[in-house]
Design a protein around this ligand. Structure first.
Ligand SMILES: *Cc1c(COP(=O)(O)O)cnc(C)c1O
Length: 391
C-alpha cells in the first residue's frame, strides 16, 4: 500500500526524533581524544545533571535502559545484600528479574497495578529487615507498562521515618526531560535514564546519576564488575568516561537535543507535556462514557504525563485497533505488556510532540474505534481541542 505523508510514533519509546537531532548525528567520525570533544561531552553531562536535579556524579554508558538497571545493581548491591522492589508492573518486574539473575536476594511487594504505590505496603518488609540487609529500594517513577506515576518522595519519607538506611534508586526512563524531577530535593540516591524517550534520541545511551551516599556505597561494594563499574569511569577523557570508544554521533545528537530543551526551557517542556497529556486524557474520558474502554489508572492525579494506558471491555481486542491504526493510517500505538499483554492500548506522548501530532493521533484512534465498531461516546477529539484551548 502506498502511503503519503509522515507516520507518527505514539509509542512510549522510542519516541519521534526531531530533524535537528537527526541532522546533528549525520556527520563523519571525529577524533574523540581532543579537548574540544571532551568539553562537548562534559557540557552534555552537566545539562543532564541539571535536568535530573542533582549535584551528584553522572555516568554515561553506551547501553539501553536495561544496562542502566544492571549498572545500578552491580555498583550498589553487595553479594550478601537484598533489594526491595514494589511490583508496579512489567518494568519493575524486569528490574527485579535482573537482580535475581545476578544472585541478589529480591523482596517483591505486590501493589495494586491500577493505582500509585501505597508506601505503607513496604512497611512490614522494611520493619522485618532488622539487620538492614536491604541495600536499595528500586522504584519506577513512571511505570511505562501501566502509565502510572509513583512518587519517590513518599518512599523517601517512609525510609526516613523507619530510619532504614536503604538507598532509593529510581528508574526515570519514562519521565526524564518530560516531567519534573528533583533527585537531590526528593532524596533519591541514584537515578537512571535512557536516550530514546524524553531525550528524543535513538536508543543506545544510558545515564546514571549518583548522589553522595550512593557513591560511598559503591566505593565499598565488593560485587565483581568491570564495564559498569563507576570507579573506572570517573576520568576526564571521553574514552575513560565510556570505558571504550564514545558513541560519537549519539553525543552530537545528544548535544542538539539538550540545546532544543534548553531553548524551550524545562518549565515549558514540562508544561507542554502536561497540556498534551490533558488533551489525551480529555479524549479518553469522553470515549469512555460509552463503557467499552477506560483509563487503566484509577487515580487521575497519578496518570503519567508521558504515557497513557487504556483498558477495554472483554469483547474488544486492542491489538486489532492497534494494527489497524498502524497498518492503514501509519500511527503506531503501544500495546499491553507483562500481565496486561493484549489487554491495553498505550499512547505515548513524550518527547518531540506538538498539538497537531497529538490531535492527529487521537483522530486516527477515533477512526480506528469507529471502523472496528468499538462503542465510544462521540466528541473525543472535540474534548481534546477544548482541553488545549483551555490552555
Ligand atoms: C523504556 C523503559 C525501560 C527500558 O529501556 P530500554 O532502553 O528498552 O532497556 C525501562 N524502564 C522504563 C520505566 C521504561 O520506560
Amino acid at each position: 500500500m502506498i502511503r503519503r505523508g509522515r507516520g507518527l510514533v505514539q509509542l512510549p519509546g522510542p519516541t519521534n526524533i526531531p530533524e535537528r537531532v537527526l541532522r546533528a548525528m549525520h556527520r563523519p567520525s571525529v577524533d574523540f581524544g581532543t579537548a574540544a570533544f571532551a568539553r562537548l561531552l562534559e557540557s552534555c553531562l552537566a545539562d543532564l545533571a541539571a535536568i535530573a536535579g542533582t549535584s551528584g556524579q553522572v555516568f554515561a554508558y553506551a547501553a539501553l535502559g536495561h544496562g542502566a538497571w544492571e549498572a545500578a545493581l552491580v555498583n550498589l548491591v553487595g553479594p550478601d545484600e537484598a533489594v526491595l522492589v514494589p511490583d508496579t508492573g512489567r518494568f519493575a518486574r524486569g528490574w527485579a528479574e535482573m537482580a535475581e539473575a545476578l544472585g541478589i536476594d529480591v523482596r517483591i511487594v505486590p501493589t495494586d497495578l491500577r493505582r500509585p504505590l501505597d508506601p505503607a505496603a513496604l512497611i512490614p518488609v522494611l520493619e522485618a529487615d532488622r539487620g538492614h540487609k536491604i541495600r536499595a529500594v528500586l522504584l519506577c517513577h513512571v511505570e511505562t507498562s501501566t502509565g502510572i506515576r509513583h512518587d519517590p518522595r513518599m518512599v523517601r519519607r517512609l525510609l526516613d521515618e523507619l530510619a532504614h538506611p536503604a538507598l532509593l534508586v529510581v528508574d526515570a526512563i519514562a519521565s526524564f526531560a518530560a516531567m519534573p524531577l528533583a533527585m537531590d530535593a526528593w532524596g533519591i540516591d541514584c537515578l537512571l535514564t535512557a536516550s530514546q524517550k524524553g531525550l528524543m534520541l535513538p536508543p543506545g545511551l544510558a545515564f546514571l546519576f549518583a548522589g553522595q551516599r550512593a557513591l560511598e556505597v559503591a566505593s565499598h561494594c565488593t560485587r565483581p564488575r568491570k564495564y559498569w563499574d563507576w570507579r573506572g569511569r570517573a576520568g576526564a577523557e571521553s574514552y575513560e568516561r565510556f570505558y571504550g570508544t564514545p558513541p560519537v554521533q549519539m553525543i552530537f545528537g545528544l548535544r542538539e537535543a539538550l540545546d532544543m530543551l534548553r531553548e524551550e526551557g524545562m518549565e515549558a517542556v514540562f508544561a507542554r507535556h502536561e497540556r498534551l497529556a490533558r488533551a489525551v486524557h480529555a479524549a479518553i474520558a469522553r470515549w469512555a462514557e460509552a463503557g467499552a474502554l477506560f483509563f487503566h489508572c484509577l487515580d487521575p492525579d497519578a496518570r503519567a504525563r508521558t504515557v497513557t494506558a487504556v483498558g477495554f471491555a472483554p469483547d474488544v481486542d486492542p491489538e486489532e485497533i492497534r494494527t489497524l491504526a498502524r497498518e492503514r493510517f501509519g500511527v503506531a500505538f503501544g500495546g499491553g505488556i507483562g500481565p496486561f499483554r493484549g489487554r491495553l492500548l498505550r499512547i505515548g506522548h513524550m518527547g518531540d510532540l506538538n498539538e497537531a501530532m497529538v490531535l492527529g493521533a487521537l483522530g486516527v484512534l477515533e477512526l480506528a474505534l469507529r471502523l472496528k465498531g468499538v462503542p465510544h461516546a462521540a466528541g473525543g477529539l472535540e474534548a481534546a481541542v477544548a482541553a488545549l484551548a483551555a490552555g
